[in-house]
Design a protein around this ligand. Sequence first.
Ligand SMILES: Nc1ncnc2c1ncn2[C@@H]1O[C@H](COP(=O)(O)OP(=O)(O)OP(=O)(O)O)[C@@H](O)[C@H]1O
Ligand SMILES: [Mg+2]
Length: 347
Amino acid sequence: MISLEQLSKVYQSKGKTVIGVDDVSLDINKGEIFGVVGYSGAGKSTLLRCMNILERPTEGKVMVDGIDLMTLNSRDLRKARQSIGMIFQGFHLAMAKTVLENVAFALKASGVNRQERKRRAQELLELVGLSDKADQYPAQLSGGQKQRVSIARALANDPKVLLCDEATSALDPNTTQSILKLLKRINRELGLTIVLITHEMEVVKEICDRCAVMEDGKIVEQGSTYEIFADPENELTKRFIQTVIDFRIPEKVLSERKGTIVHMTFKGDSANESVVSDLLQGYSIRANILHGKIDYIQDQALGTFVMELTGERKVVQQAIQDLREKLGEVEVLQDDRSTDQSLARAE
Ligand SMILES: Nc1ncnc2c1ncn2[C@@H]1O[C@H](COP(=O)(O)OP(=O)(O)OP(=O)(O)O)[C@@H](O)[C@H]1O
Ligand SMILES: [Mg+2]
């Protein structure tokens, strides 16, 4: 649905060159929810704004629904933009207009008559659960309700794509959840392709089918949300995931442990299998769980465990090797320190 090819955006401000987006190529499929995460200044908004040429790329190609947006004249571009809705962190509503007028106004440019605009706006307010607020003004609404109005407005011209720039960043966790649910519902019901940028990995975990991580204008990693969570490669990606799945064990706890401490990730079915108890049965070693959690990402289980394995060193090594064969990566967070202790005692 959206295809970016070697896209770059360079700003010249006060004689200085600032790179907003640096050689990004990206394909977003029809009907998916695609997330872009990154810290402030990573280039997320610039990338998103290039997708509807609110920001004209310095280099590269932007294809949306088979149309090369960079080649359009301003009239055709305005028309093409009608199929690309957009919502923002700050809602951008007209404060002097009622809720209904805000939504109806978006239909004006497409030449729909007054009565039809009103009917369609009412329908959209119903879709986002705000029919009872039609005659109120934005100032009378909560943040979540304002964002619903801006979603209704963005959907007015039946877009194929919805671009969301930090749409939930100004909202509390509960309201964020309800807006994410709404986005997911319109994604499924209307077959809408959604691109969502955020600095919250929790938001990605909640609704994105696939995602990309951005740093310094570049995409440093991308893939299905599940695979990104299960097998992050990039250090930055790992840091983002840690905000959702934090398996760090306090130093004090680690220092009191003498066995081998391992971190492992169980994917899909193996998260539910009795891998841990098999391990206990098969070897004469003990396993203490220091951290254990199963997350559900896109309805698939992902288990994260940190365990202390104690027993004969050789047997523990063998168990870790077998686990690696079964599970993939098993990371040793702290080596066995029982021998160090006996050495210390011998001194
Ligand atoms: N109009 C502009 N003129 C000059 N530089 C700009 C302009 N817009 C963005 N930039 C620069 O481009 C880079 C990327 O900015 P961008 O707003 O895309 O980041 P972001 O990832 O959206 O950050 P945030 O999470 O804070 O919104 C930054 O270094 C920023 O200073
Ligand atoms: Mg931004």
